[in-house]
Design a protein around this ligand. Sequence first.
Ligand SMILES: C[S@@+](CC[C@H](N)C(=O)[O-])C[C@H]1O[C@@H](n2cnc3c(N)ncnc32)[C@H](O)[C@@H]1O
Length: 238
Amino acid sequence: MKEVKKSKKIEPIFESTTLWDFPTQNYGDMPHGDNKFNGVTPAFVIWNLLQRYTKECDLVVDPMCGSGTTIDVAKELGRKVIGYDIAPYRQDIIQNDARHIPLEHDSVDFVFVDSPYSDNVKYSDHPSCIGKISCEREEFFDELEKVAKEIHRILKHGKVMAWLIGDHWRKNTGYIPVGFKVYNMLCRHFEPVDVICVVRRNQTSNTGIWHKRAREFNFYLRGFKYLFIMQKPNREEP
Ligand SMILES: C[S@@+](CC[C@H](N)C(=O)[O-])C[C@H]1O[C@@H](n2cnc3c(N)ncnc32)[C@H](O)[C@@H]1O
C-alpha cells in the first residue's frame, strides 16, 4: 500500500514569554513573504505582534516591507495593510522612501519595521537604500531616526510599533551595539512597552566553518535579534 505523506504544516504559537524561537520562516500552507528574500522576517513574528496589538480592520503599515511578509500576514488576519519599500519586490508594494511616509498624522493602528542593520545585505541598487550605509557611521542611525519620526507622526496616540534589528560584528571594527543604539534613539520618541529576543535561524553564517572561526578568532556569531515594542504616548489632557 502506498504510504500517505503527512503534511509538515507548522501552526504559529501565541507567545507568552520574551524569547521567541521559530523553526522556519513561514507557518501554515500559504507563503508569507518570500523565504528566498535576503533578510526576510519570520512570519511568526508579525503574526504574534498582530494578535497582541491589533484587531480586525485595524490599519497596519510596514514602511520597509521587503518581500511583503507583513502584507500577507495582515491580510490573512483581516487587517487593512499598506506595505512600502524603496525597491518594491512585488506589485502590491508601494515604492516609497520610509523617511517620508505619505499618510496623515495619527492615522495608523500599528507599524512593523524590520530595517537594515548595516550595509551587510544588498537589498537593491536604489541609491536611497539605507542598507547602503554602514552602522560604523553615525549617519546610519540619523537616517533610521528619520524613519522613527515618521512612524511616530502617522501612528495614532496610544498605539504601538515594533522594530526588529540585530547587532553587528566585523573583524576590523569589532562589536557595534546596533540594537542598543536604535533602542536609545527610539526612546527619544516612544515609551518602551517590552523587548523581545528573537532567535536567528537559517543564516548563511550558520555553517561549521563559521562556528569554527568564531571559536578560533574569539568572536561570536549573532544568535538573536531585538524586537523593540514601543508606544506613542496617549495625548496629554489639557
Ligand atoms: C530586512 S528587509 C525587510 C524584510 C521584510 N520584512 C520581509 O519580510 O521581506 C529591509 C528592507 O528595507 C528596505 N529599505 C531600505 N532603505 C529603505 C528606505 N529608505 N525606504 C524604504 N525601504 C527601504 C530594503 O529595500 C529592504 O527591502
